[in-house]
Design a binder for this molecule. Structure first.
Ligand SMILES: Cc1cc2nc3c(=O)[nH]c(=O)nc-3n(C[C@H](O)[C@H](O)[C@H](O)COP(=O)(O)OP(=O)(O)OC[C@H]3O[C@@H](n4cnc5c(N)ncnc54)[C@H](O)[C@@H]3O)c2cc1C
Length: 259
């Protein structure tokens, strides 16, 4: 049964306004790792959203030149009047370098959305959830993990997170704290250029054995699987999931671009 006053209804009700650009003031910029900053935006109008959705960010130069990129919302729905983005620096990037090198609290950008998308997690669904993140692809999953914690949702959820080093794991301490405090949430870090700090993590790229291990930890095939990151990461993980017998229809992917 659908709850007409629930989050989906409120999101649907504001869809008409989503395509419109609105100003958003940068409330805070905080480094999370050597290559990633947290950018907290205060939009003029707060729009409800679902964990996993993204916004479009538009920058306009003094000469009128515009650049626009998409960023997942990392904060949980209903957190307040700000949203958090988690932005990785690409050295030759146009928009990500703005947030790393030039932007300051008090500056204004424009945002549209959060956009309706199939890449959303709704609390209270039955079954288990596997989240597979490559690098900054963890951003939408932070929103999901945070919402699960806020609501004390019992859905079994496992985050498989591939990062280069222990120091590159975005929100690492927070994820470890969620794991300690919440029953049913587990994080597994796959470090591609570092040693592991925990026996439950891996010091290699995600491979078939890692995927098989994740399914075993979840007690079988997950009901819902989300994969997010650069193109090659998403493609590789999707292939491994299918090879492990995960039905294609239960896998949702979000590709950030790049290799
Ligand atoms: C739905 C969606 C959500 C996204 N959410 C996030 C997010 O939460 N955090 C985040 O950091 N990024 C996110 N991205 C990627 C983001 O939109 C930009 O593509 C990224 O910030 C690069 O923009 P740029 O202007 O700095 O680089 P550009 O000037 O666009 O590109 C510079 C160079 O980097 C390459 N490149 C572009 N994107 C990537 C990439 N993802 N990985 C590696 N190389 C790349 C380009 O091919 C080019 O060679 C998301 C993308 C999508 C589609």
């Amino acid at each position: 049964m659908t709850d007409a006053s629930g989050p989906d209804a409120r999101v649907a009700a504001s869809v008409a306004g989503r395509e419109r650009w609105q100003p958003a003031v940068i409330a805070a910029i905080v480094p999370l790792t050597p290559a990633v900053v947290s950018v907290r935006l205060r939009p003029q109008h707060t729009r409800p959203f679902l964990a996993g959705q993204h916004v479009d960010v538009r920058l306009t130069a003094e000469d009128g030149y515009r650049a626009q990129r998409s960023y997942s919302v990392a904060s949980a729905p209903d957190e307040g009047d700000t949203i958090e983005l988690v932005i990785e620096r690409l050295d030759d990037g146009e928009v990500s370098t703005y947030f790393h090198d030039s932007a300051a609290p008090g500056d204004t950008v424009e945002i549209a959305g959060p956009h309706a998308s199939y890449f959303v997690w709704r609390p209270g669904v039955d079954g288990s959830v596997l989240l597979a993140a490559g690098g900054s692809g963890v951003a939408p999953f932070l929103s999901m993990v945070r919402q699960r914690a806020r609501l004390a949702d019992p859905t079994p959820m496992l985050l498989l997170y591939s990062a280069r080093t222990w120091g590159d794991v975005i929100a690492r301490d927070e994820l470890l704290a969620h794991e300690r405090r919440q029953s049913g949430f587990t994080a597994c870090f796959c470090l591609t250029r570092d040693v592991t700090r925990r026996s439950s993590d891996f010091a290699r790229r995600v491979d078939q054995a890692v995927i098989d291990d994740m399914l075993a930890r979840l007690g079988g095939t997950p009901t819902h699987t989300f994969v997010c990151g650069a193109n090659t990461f998403v493609g590789a993980i999707a292939d491994l999931l299918l090879a492990a017998g995960v039905p294609a229809g239960s896998v949702r992917t979000e590709r950030y671009g790049g290799d």
